[in-house]
Design a protein around this ligand. Structure first.
Ligand SMILES: C[S@@+](CC[C@H](N)C(=O)[O-])C[C@H]1O[C@@H](n2cnc3c(N)ncnc32)[C@H](O)[C@@H]1O
Length: 235
């Protein structure tokens, strides 16, 4: 066998091993029932309905040993930071002034609260469900020596009592803004709510501003900022 014809079966063998590993990995990770399209029909119906009893048992054992997986639920929306010029516009539209208490629901790296504390000397509370964001926020607050003014907590925003806030800032999603309405309705009269990019169906904004700004990757687009004052007018 010459060198070339010898290398073909070896390459094919490597390919087979590699693809079988990839397929195995997908099965191990997937929660979907396995597809048996290349096999004879399974004899019993529950073969399909309960496709991975062993893996499920293993998952439960891993979870029991690692309660952190349950303590850290997935964020409802991923992290995208608000560009600094949009942050300034949000605080300006909310007419932040001395004595205000700003809550950022899903605070990311706490840039809105840091800007509010630096520019207006106001207290801020940031809440995020993602431990990585909480750490970034704490680092940002520390770097700017704002520990006296800005507090960061790991929390699910849908569990919060917002009665102590006079300004609430949001950069979430339209349906999440709507889901927050029962909590936002309980804010003191005169409290301001500002939302980057997203409206809140059922609540008529007092003001909407469009502005161009670059995101963290340098891409420029039009951003919107919505303002509501509590109690808001119904739409
Ligand atoms: C689009 S980012 C906005 C970050 C920051 N407010 C800003 O404007 O730069 C949304 C943030 O909400 C957080 N988040 C998503 N669902 C959440 C929840 N249920 N409770 C708390 N935080 C959440 C994400 O981890 C993320 O940091």
């Amino acid at each position: 066998m010459n060198r070339r014809s010898f290398s073909v079966p070896i390459s094919f063998g490597i390919f087979l091993v590699a693809t079988s590993n990839v397929a195995g990995h997908q099965f191990a990770k997937s929660n979907e029932p396995r597809q048996f399209s290349n096999l004879a029909a399974p004899r019993e119906r529950d073969t399909i309905l309960d496709p991975r009893p062993d893996e499920k048992k293993k998952d439960k054992e891993v979870q029991a040993k690692n309660p952190k997986a349950e303590d850290n639920p997935e964020p409802d929306v991923p992290y995208w930071p608000t560009p600094p010029t949009v942050v300034d516009k949000m605080l300006e539209m909310a007419e932040v002034k001395k004595g205000d208490v700003v809550y950022d629901l899903g605070c990311g790296d706490a840039r809105i609260l840091v800007a509010a504390a630096k520019k207006y000397g106001v207290k801020g509370f940031g809440f995020d469900i993602d431990p990585e964001r909480v750490k970034e926020s704490l680092d940002n607050v520390k770097k700017n020596k704002l520990e006296d003014l800005v507090t960061i907590k790991k929390a699910d925003i849908f569990t919060l009592d917002l009665k102590d806030a006079s300004v609430v800032t949001l950069y979430l999603m339209p349906e999440l803004n709507v889901r927050l309405m029962p909590q936002l309705e309980k804010l003191k009269p005169g409290s301001r709510i500002v939302s980057h990019d997203w409206d809140m169906k059922g609540a008529k904004p007092k003001e909407v501003v469009s502005m161009r700004a670059k995101n963290a990757m340098g891409l420029e687009r039009v951003h919107k900022v919505y303002l509501w004052v509590v109690p808001w007018e119904k739409e």
